[in-house]
Write a new protein. Structure first.
Length: 291
């Protein structure tokens, strides 16, 4: 197309894509460019604003390392990561939520009932529940990856004072789909705000806090993998998560207990528990994998 105008430039882009472009790629690009072009037309974007946007992306590249991906963080604080999660979450399963940058592979195996708290400071929490099918049956062969912050709001890979795999584990649920562990109550924390994402947050009067949470990846043969996190109902940041990860169905309660009554026998920490402690009861529902 020779005479490109602001009204036909979107079509011109599409015309330039060859006939044998992968259909899904063409569809996604068509929508992306359509919205990008509309965005410029609707905002009358100035050169300075366009340049500022590109400078933010450049700065994101400069600060990114294999351990820190500022582009993902941009996606998180813009709500893009959570929207992709929600669009892809099956209706009949536990909702997914952001993975975040602090998951590491290779966490040690822990048996059902294991203690992750060890020498960690903080309130003791007994977390348990079942991994279920959408019709309430136990999922056989379920595995859980668990990670969280310590009482100081830091993950083990952010804090040289913590042992390498502190408050991280991999657990095989039992044949009844049951998982159980004791741990420490995690604390709210801030997403990294010393880069261009922080600049954007400050420019828009936003804070970088996330409500405290426990992260899980739940997998089982024949089921869709679930990356999610659960949040306590009494967290001060529950309604203002910097990365929009909270969903109604992911909110749990820390129930205070002042006696050992009703505690499962297979809880490793049982004989060392001090009162009060807190119980979290949370079931995961896995959607069946598409065949
Ligand atoms: C996290 O939950 O670990 C996290 C998620 C998004 C951005 C930063 C941290
Ligand atoms: Fe987290």
């Amino acid at each position: 197309m020779r005479t490109v105008s602001k009204d036909n430039i979107t079509q011109a882009f599409l015309n330039y894509c060859s006939q044998d472009t992968d259909p899904r790629l063409k569809f996604v690009l068509e929508k992306l460019v359509h919205h990008l072009h509309d965005f410029v037309r609707e905002t009358d974007l100035t050169h300075d604003e366009w340049r500022k946007g590109l400078e933010l992306l450049y700065a994101a590249g400069e600060i990114s390392t294999p351990e820190r991906n500022e582009f993902v963080l941009f996606s998180d604080v813009l709500g893009l990561s959570s929207l992709v999660d929600m669009v892809n979450s099956p209706e009949d399963g536990t909702p997914s939520s952001v993975l975040g940058p602090f998951h590491v592979l290779g966490a040690p195996e822990a048996a059902v009932g294991a203690d992750l708290k060890g020498d960690n400071e903080g309130k003791t929490v007994v977390v348990g529940g079942r991994v279920l099918t959408p019709d309430g049956q136990p999922v056989v062969g379920a595995e859980l990856e668990i990670w969280q912050t310590a009482d100081n709001g830091l993950y083990s890979n952010q804090d040289a004072a913590q042992p390498e795999y502190n408050l991280r584990s991999h657990m095989n649920a039992d044949d009844d789909g049951r998982y159980l562990f004791s741990t420490v109550r995690p604390a709210p924390y801030t997403v990294p705000d010393d880069g261009p994402v922080g600049e954007l947050l400050r420019a828009t009067g936003r804070h970088p806090w996330r409500p405290s949470h426990l992260h899980f990846i739940v997998t089982a043969p024949g089921f869709r993998s679930l990356v999610t996190e659960v949040f306590p109902s009494d967290d001060p940041y529950l309604d203002e998560d910097a990365v929009f990860g909270v969903r109604e169905k992911l909110v749990m309660e820390y129930q205070e207990r002042t006696s050992l009554d009703g505690l499962p026998d297979d809880l490793e920490i049982r004989d060392r528990l001090t009162l009060p402690y807190y119980v979290v009861d949370f079931d995961f529902v896995l959607a069946r994998a598409e065949t």
